[in-house]
Design a protein around this ligand. Structure first.
Ligand code: COA
Length: 259
């Protein structure tokens, strides 16, 4: 059993072996800082090795956000090298989710933006509450998605829609996310939807579930992720990035110079 206490995560396992991990920084809309990544990494290895856990559900604390992105405050002073490392690390942790030996469902209970949307995309299945809003608004900060989002978005919704969402940075409703195939199901409560799906899946053969995941994941290529980390890192030395992050904290609209 996963009986560890985490600084930024809550964990609970029910008697059917369904583990719920809740990202717990509600005062920052569950934004992903270094501690969340450390906690997630540790939790994932424990869950992976724990045979009593059959399936993982990931959600966000309280009902405003699943995860509102990477922690902008934490990386606002990074240079290219640090940013590239941050991107590679984020990609690695999210890859652990995608490669987990048991199914993972994202229960999207509010905003799933930037790194939050990327986290949801790394899960095998996504369900959302009707009030959820999803998006990849990195361009509004002078950035691009850096935790695998540029690659997974294409896989999930195709190039045309992936380009539209990443170029415009616009937020979409759960309804639109459902229509374009970004989420599997939606309902009043993301957690209720996740549990309905989880209860169907945990009845199935664990080794078959594991091999379905291995087979489906084996179609991915590694090159796109490396390139994403490089391009993400480069942007940290631009004026637009400084302007985008300053504008966010000053609660004003950014004025970009293209430098
Ligand atoms: N990183 C760090 N802090 C964040 C954050 C993030 N990604 N998202 C939200 N927060 C913080 C805010 O700074 C604020 O903190 P404060 O109370 O100390 O000022 C708190 O969470 C609440 O957010 P706030 O912006 O006041 O809520 P809102 O209801 O006005 O807006 C959002 C909600 C989600 C639209 C808005 O927070 C937002 O746009 N967040 C950033 C989304 C983003 O660009 N993500 C991609 C990052 S790569």
């Amino acid at each position: 059993m996963i009986n560890q206490t985490f600084e930024t995560l809550l964990s609970k396992v029910d008697d059917e072996g369904i583990c719920v991990l809740t990202i717990n920084r509600p005062e920052k809309l569950n934004a992903l800082n270094n501690q969340v990544f450390m906690d997630l990494e540790l939790a994932l290895s424990k869950i992976s090795n724990d045979e009593s856990i059959k399936l993982l559900v990931i959600t966000g604390a309280q009902n405003k956000a699943f995860v509102a992105g990477a922690d902008i405050k934490e990386f606002s002073e990074f240079d290219s090298e640090k940013a590239r490392n941050l991107s590679s690390r984020g990609q690695q942790v999210f890859q652990k989710i995608e490669d987990l030996n048991k199914p993972v469902i994202a229960a999207i209970n509010g905003f799933a933006l930037g790194g939050g949307c990327e986290l949801a995309m790394a899960c095998h299945l996504r369900v959302a509450s009707t009030n959820a809003r999803l998006g990849l608004p990195e361009v509004s900060l002078g950035l691009i998605p850096g935790y695998g989002g540029t690659q997974r978005l294409i896989q999930l919704i195709g190039r045309a829609k992936a380009l539209e969402l990443t170029l415009s940075g616009r937020f979409i409703t759960a309804q639109e996310a459902y229509q374009i195939g970004l989420i599997n199901h939606m309902g009043e409560s993301a957690m209720d939807e996740a549990m309905k799906l989880a209860k169907l899946i945990v009845k199935q053969a664990p080794l078959a579930l594991k091999n379905v995941i291995l087979a489906i994941n084996s179609s991915d290529s590694i090159h796109g992720y490396q390139n994403e980390a490089k391009l993400f890192g480069e942007l940290f030395e631009t004026e637009d990035f400084k302007e985008g992050t300053s504008a966010f904290f000053e609660k004003r609209k950014p004025v970009f110079s293209g430098k």
